[in-house]
Design a protein around this ligand. Structure first.
Ligand code: FES
Length: 115
């Protein structure tokens, strides 16, 4: 467990909602990188019309999961194939590698994430 990388770009939990862009800009089956003002970031996915956000960071070696391939609700890290459920942050490859997920809502066509 000690070998896992630390995500230095993980947003701090502040209990506030940030509006990150238009829902139509991320089509179903796609992912996007969300960069927040403080330099932290998230991976956002559209799974069949429902949006989900997780850390943009594979705990194995730190690859950005927003740039990885989405299979239904599962993202597979492009680098060595670790698999994560984008709806829960659960890691299927190694249980201890689970990552944080963030609540996402769409309001008036805008994507809003609770950090
Ligand atoms: S960095 Fe190795 S599986 Fe993601």
């Amino acid at each position: 467990m000690g070998k896992q990388k630390e995500n230095k770009r993980k947003p701090k939990r502040e209990g506030r909602v940030v509006t990150v862009g238009k829902a139509e800009s991320v089509p179903p089956g796609r992912g996007a990188t969300v960069k927040l003002k403080d330099g932290t970031e998230l991976a956002l996915y559209n799974v069949g019309g429902t949006f989900h956000a997780i850390e943009n960071f594979c705990p194995h070696k730190g690859y950005p999961l927003a740039d990885s391939r989405l299979y239904g609700g599962i993202v597979e890290c492009n680098l060595h194939g670790y698999r994560f459920d984008v709806r829960t942050g659960e890691c299927f490859t190694k249980k201890s590698c689970g990552i944080e997920k963030y609540e996402v809502n769409v309001e008036d066509g805008m994507i809003r994430i609770l950090i």
